[in-house]
Design a protein around this ligand. Structure first.
Ligand SMILES: Cc1cc2nc3c(=O)[nH]c(=O)nc-3n(C[C@H](O)[C@H](O)[C@H](O)COP(=O)(O)O)c2cc1C
Ligand code: SF4
Ligand code: SF4
Length: 298
């Protein structure tokens, strides 16, 4: 029997929305599936649940024109079995533009090595959590279209079809390869996050860090303050999601959007949604090309 696994890598939660929607829609189709978040802690357990019958839907945030490094190391660790099928969905803030187009190349190569045929691939766009925010109304629209996008991706995958996507150029491959140096910056970023006195020791950041990079110093009762190691993935979730806004980095601060990443607020749908003309008006300029394409404005 087919063992359908949805595996997702998220930092700040937008990829989780897509993974959960995939599972909901599979359930409606009477197709049982498992959904798991890939973290340093869960990597081995997810790997152990794979077998020769596994069909994989891999959904990953885009970090520096790549999948996060953990996705690569986890894929490398899988046992090879031939004749398995996979769909890959990359989740970016910018969509299909610039070197984002090469962001699934390494994932596909590694999956093929492990015996997966990547039948379907797609680029999802979600609110940008890096440097410059996606405007609120556009963020809401991006979340509003998730069910219809997921339906289209699943329809294609379950009927064995590929979907069109922008083919990367040589320059995109080169920039994506250079993007992997971001892991060096990630270490610096993580090491230099400090908790202020506003921290109440709730433990959220410690439990939610995909890199297991945060622990409590046990110097004071009950937990002490969170302290950060050198294995950060630069996912930004601890900084944005601390309920006390107690965490701030002292290096590479430019990456953090000063107004935060209010994903929960974006879940409230726009009623009525923006028309094509309104979207076009708000998405002027080349930087929005990928988002425009995704929202079918052009
Ligand atoms: C370190 C880092 C690098 C990123 N690099 C890119 C990128 O190269 N291209 C892009 O379109 N978005 C990039 N983003 C934005 C995220 O891919 C996007 O906001 C995504 O929705 C985040 O997913 P998550 O909420 O599941 O973590 C980056 C985000 C981070 C934190
Ligand atoms: S999430 Fe914030 S308040 Fe909770 S332990 Fe971490 S830093 Fe402290
Ligand atoms: S330390 Fe913070 S930014 Fe780094 S991986 Fe953990 S949650 Fe993400």
């Amino acid at each position: 029997m087919e063992n359908l696994q949805i595996v997702y890598y998220t930092g700040t939660g937008s990829t989780r929305i897509i993974a959960n929607t995939l599972q909901t829609q599979l359930t409606v189709r009477n197709q049982p599936s498992e959904v798991n978040r890939l973290t340093v802690d869960s990597a081995q357990r997810i790997k152990d649940s794979f077998d020769a019958q596994t069909t994989l839907i891999l959904v990953h945030a885009v970090h520096a024109f790549n999948a996060p490094e953990l996705v690569y190391t986890w894929l490398k660790s899988l046992q090879p079995h031939m004749h398995r099928r996979a769909m890959v969905i990359s989740v970016s803030g910018g969509g299909e533009m610039l070197s984002n187009t090469a962001c699934r190349t390494t994932v596909k190569r590694l999956l093929t090595k492990k015996g997966f045929e990547v039948v379907t691939e797609a680029m999802a766009v979600m609110p940008n959590n890096w440097m410059s925010p996606t405007p609120d109304e556009i963020s809401k629209m991006l979340i509003q279209v998730v069910p219809q996008k997921v339906e289209m991706w699943l329809e294609a995958f379950l009927s064995g079809q590929a979907l069109p996507y922008m083919k990367p150029l040589l320059i995109d491959h080169l920039i994506t390869a250079a993007g992997r140096l971001e892991t060096l910056g990630a270490k610096q970023f993580g090491k230099n996050i400090k908790a202020s006195d506003a921290c109440n020791g709730c433990g959220y950041c410690v439990e939610n860090c995909p890199a297991s990079n945060i622990r409590f110093s046990d110097e004071t009762s009950p937990h002490g303050k969170p302290v950060f190691g050198g294995t950060c993935h630069f996912c930004l979730s601890c900084v944005y999601e601390c309920p006390q806004h107690a965490l701030s980095p002292s290096k590479l601060k430019f990456a953090v959007i000063p107004t935060g990443y209010p994903l929960r607020a974006y879940l409230n749908p726009l009623d009525p949604p923006l028309s094509k003309a309104e979207l076009s008006e708000r998405l002027k300029g080349n930087g929005w090309k990928g988002v425009k394409r995704y929202l079918e404005v052009e």
